[in-house]
Design a protein around this ligand. Structure first.
Ligand code: HEM
Length: 133
């Protein structure tokens, strides 16, 4: 019987799969929850971060070329519709970007050059979201 094919040439696969994305998301929310440098960003989020700790890594996994469960379970949802209810100021956009950059640095996934690309793209994406209005 044929095995289902796995695309090993994705950032998702090459960085180490779910445990790496879960570690980055958990570190990101630990930082957001504990460092006053991210107080404004923290205040925008629900008091209980448990649901988003589960959801962000699944979103990032799909975004990085892995299984698309998050998108299948959230039909029609995208970055824009997710964040439409929020006014994202440059301050909070920068806090998101910095906390994510720190989280990726702390988890330090390998290969380092793929981690650096992901860090760069996520930082740019988040900072870009803060210039909308
Ligand atoms: C630019 C600054 C950003 C701010 C201020 C921000 C803020 C928020 C807030 C307040 C929520 C709702 C959380 C809650 O109710 O507790 C949320 C949800 C979410 N955000 Fe962001 N966000 C930002 C950037 C990003 C980026 C760059 C990504 C992904 C690359 C992302 C992915 C998500 C996901 C996946 C969810 C939750 C999805 C779900 O409900 O399943 N966010 N964000």
């Amino acid at each position: 019987m044929e095995q289902p094919s796995v695309d090993t040439n994705t950032p998702y696969y090459r960085l180490g799969g779910p445990p790496v994305f879960e570690a980055i998301a958990n570190r990101f929310y630990d930082l957001m929850d504990s460092d006053p440098a991210y107080a404004e960003l923290r205040a925008m989020h629900a008091p209980d971060l448990t649901p988003i700790r589960a959801s962000l890594p699944r979103f990032l996994i799909a975004w990085a070329g892995g299984p698309r469960d998050w998108f299948e379970q959230n039909p029609g949802r995208c970055m824009m519709s997710l964040h439409a209810p929020f006014t994202i100021e440059p301050l909070t956009a920068n806090q998101w970007a910095e906390a994510m950059e720190r989280a990726i640095d702390d988890v330090a996934p390998q290969p380092a050059e793929i981690a650096a690309s992901m860090r760069e793209v996520l930082g740019r994406m988040a900072r870009g979201m803060g210039r909308r209005g």
